[in-house]
Design a protein around this ligand. Structure first.
Ligand code: ADP
Length: 498
C-alpha cells in the first residue's frame, strides 16, 4: 500500500530553507554551515538546518538577556502570559497535521503514536502551564522578632531565574520542546533552546508559532546545532542562569561540569533502565501487552522503557513467550504507514549502537527469544527483541540500550526486600512498575524502589500534572506538575522592620 500523501503545508515546509530564530529574526548560522536532516525510514536527506555554534549561541543568549533584563516579558501581567501560552496551544492544534507529519519524517515515530501523542500532549502541556502564571505564590512567614517590641513583616517572592538554556533530545522532539518551554514561559524566564541535531524540525515550527502567538522577540530563541558545539557553548555561557537538559546520563555529566563556571542552576532528566516486575497473581492479559508496549514503544528510544523484566518463576515461561509473541507480531515500517507499530531508530549511529547490544546479549549468555537483528530493508529498522536468562553482570542489563530490547530475569521469592534489591540494582532510577492484584504488596514494594515514578499495574504513565524525574543517575529535579516551576524560580525573602 502506498503511504498517505503529505499535506501541502508539510510539502511547503520541507521545501523551505530552514533558518534559526534569534531575537525575532530568522537567520542562518554565522558560519554558513548546515546539518543534513535524514528521514530515518528512508535514509534520505529531507532538508538542512543551520549548524549553529558558539557565535550563534552568543547572539541568542544576548537576545534572551535583553528580553529578560529590559523586555516586557518577565513584567507582563500574569494573565497576559497565560493568554499567550494558551494561544500557542491553539496554534499547535491548528497546525497539527503538518507538525505530526514533520515529526514522523524527522524522528521516525509511528503515526499511531505521533497522532495521539505529539500535538495533543504538547498542546495539553502549554495549556497546563498557561494555568500557572496567575498562581505562582509566595508566603507570608511568621518570624521571631530580633527583640521585644519590634514587629517584622517577612514574605517571599517567587521570581524567574532569568535566561535559561534548554537542550532537548531527539526521541520525542515536540513533546520535549513543549515540556521545556512551558514552565520557563509560565514563570517569566527567557529561553535559548537547542533541539537535538537529529530531529530539530518541529522545534523550528514551534518557534514560528511562538512568533505567531505574539510572544515578544528574544523570549524564545532557537539555535539548531550539534551538542559538542552549540550545546557546549550554551551550557558554559556565563550569561545563562540555568540549564535544563534531557538526554543521556553521559552528556548530563558533561553539562554539569560546563555549568560549574558560573554555577548555573541545572535540571537534568537522564537515562533509565526501568524494572517491570510481574508477580504470579498479576492479570497477565494486561501485564504481558504492558511489558511489550513499555519495552518497544518509540522503538525503545524512551527513557521510561521497561527494559528489565523481572518475572516470578511460576509464570516466567508464559510471560516471556507472551512478550515474544507481541514482538514477533508488531508491524515494522515507516512511521507514515498507519499500521506501523515499530518505526526506524533515529540514525545510523543509533542503529550501530543498538546492534552492538543485540550482538552482546547472546555473547554474554542471554537467550534470544525474539528479534535480535536489523531488518533487511532501507532505513534504520531493528526487530523488537526479547532476551531471557539475563543477569545483572550483562551489558544488556546494566546499560541503557535506547532500542526495542527487553531483558527478562526470573525471581523466586516473596521477600519484598529481595525483590526491591533486584529492582534497585542499577545506576538509574527513573520509573518502575509492579504488576500484582495484591495492592498491599504493590504499595510496600513501590515504597522500596528508588525511582521517580512507580506504576502499579501500569508502566510509565507520565502526566503533565504529576512530577516526573529521576533518582540516582536518572537526573536532578522534577519536571511536570507544580514542582517543575521551582526549577525556573528563585525565592526571595523580603523582611521589613515595621
Ligand atoms: P543521545 O545519546 O540520546 O543522542 P544526547 O544526550 O547525546 O542523547 O543528546 C541530547 C541533547 O544533548 C542533544 O540536543 C545534543 O545535541 C545535546 N548534547 C550532546 N552533547 C552535548 C554537550 N557536550 N554539551 C551540551 N549538549 C550536548
Amino acid at each position: 500500500m502506498p503511504l498517505p500523501a503529505l499535506s501541502p503545508d508539510t510539502t511547503d515546509f520541507l521545501a523551505e530553507k530552514h533558518l534559526m530564530l534569534i531575537d525575532g529574526k530568522w537567520v542562518p548560522a554565522a558560519s554558513g554551515k548546515t546539518i543534513d536532516i535524514v528521514n530515518p525510514a528512508t535514509e534520505e536527506v529531507i532538508g538542512t538546518v543551520p549548524a549553529g555554534d558558539a557565535a550563534d549561541i552568543d547572539k541568542a543568549v544576548a537576545a534572551a538577556r535583553k528580553a529578560f533584563d529590559t523586555g516586557p516579558w518577565p513584567k507582563m501581567p500574569p494573565s497576559e502570559r497565560a493568554r499567550l501560552l494558551w494561544k500557542l496551544a491553539d496554534l499547535l492544534e491548528q497546525n497539527a497535521q503538518q507538525i505530526t507529519e514533520v515529526e514522523i519524517l524527522d524522528n521516525g515515530m509511528p503515526l499511531n503514536h505521533a497522532g495521539r501523542m505529539a500535538v495533543p500532549l504538547a498542546a495539553n502541556m502549554c495549556r497546563y502551564y498557561a494555568g500557572w502564571p496567575t498562581k505562582i505564590l509566595g508566603d507570608t512567614i511568621p518570624v521571631d522578632p530580633p527583640m521585644p517590641g519590634v514587629e517584622v513583616l517577612t514574605y517571599t517572592r517567587k521570581e524567574p531565574v532569568g535566561v535559561v538554556g534548554q537542550i532537548t533530545p531527539w526521541n520525542y522532539p515536540l513533546g520535549m520542546v513543549a515540556m521545556k518551554l512551558g514552565p520557563a514561559l509560565a514563570t517569566g524566564c527567557t529561553v535559548v533552546l537547542k533541539p537535538a541535531e537529529q530531529a530539530p524540525l518541529t522545534a523550528l515550527i514551534v518557534a514560528e508559532l511562538v512568533q505567531e502567538a505574539g510572544i515578544p522577540d528574544g523570549v524564545v530563541n532557537v539555535v539548531t546545532g550539534y551538542g559538542e558545539t552549540a550545546g557546549a557553548a550554551l551550557t558554559a555561557h556565563p550569561d545563562v542562569d540555568k540549564v535544563a537538559f534531557t538526554g543521556s546520563t553521559d552528556v548530563g555529566r558533561i553539562i554539569l561540569r560546563a555549568a560549574a563556571g558560573n554555577l548555573k542552576k541545572v535540571s537534568l532528566e537522564l537515562g533509565g533502565k526501568s524494572p517491570f516486575i510481574i508477580f504470579p497473581d498479576a492479570d497477565l492479559e494486561r501485564a504481558i501487552p504492558g511489558a511489550a508496549f513499555s519495552a518497544f514503544f518509540l522503538q525503545g528510544q524512551n527513557c521510561m522503557c521497561g527494559s528489565r523484566l523481572f518475572v516470578h518463576k511460576q509464570i516466567f515461561d508464559k510471560v516471556v513467550e507472551g512478550v515474544a509473541g507481541f514482538a514477533k507480531m508488531m508491524k515494522i515500517g515507516p512511521g507514515l504507514d498507519p499500521e506501523t507499530n515499530i518505526g526506524p531508530l533515529i540514525s545510523s549511529e543509533q542503529l550501530s549502537r543498538v546492534s552492538g547490544f543485540l550482538a552482546a546479549g547472546p555473547k554474554e549468555g542471554a537467550t534470544l527469544v525474539a528479534g535480535g537483528k536489523r531488518v533487511d530493508r532501507k532505513g534504520y529498522f531493528v526487530e523488537p527483541t526479547v532476551f531471557a536468562n539475563t543477569n545483572r553482570e550483562m551489558k544488556v542489563v546494566r546499560e541503557e540500550i535506547f532500542g526495542p530490547v527487553t531483558c527478562a530475569q526470573m525471581f523466586d521469592t516473596d521477600d519484598l526486600d529481595a525483590v526491591a534489591k533486584l529492582a534497585n540494582d542499577t545506576a538509574f532510577g527513573l520509573v518502575g512498575s509492579i504488576w500484582t492484584k495484591n495492592l498491599a504488596i504493590a504499595h510496600k514494594l513501590a515504597a522500596r524502589i528508588k525511582a521517580g515514578t512507580m506504576g502499579i499495574n501500569t508502566h510509565g504513565m507520565a502526566d503533565i500534572n504529576a512530577p516526573f524525574g529521576g533518582y540516582k543517575q536518572s537526573g536532578w529535579g522534577r519536571e511536570f506538575g507544580k514542582e517543575s516551576l521551582d526549577l525556573y524560580l528563585e525565592t526571595k525573602t523580603v523582611v521589613q522592620h515595621m
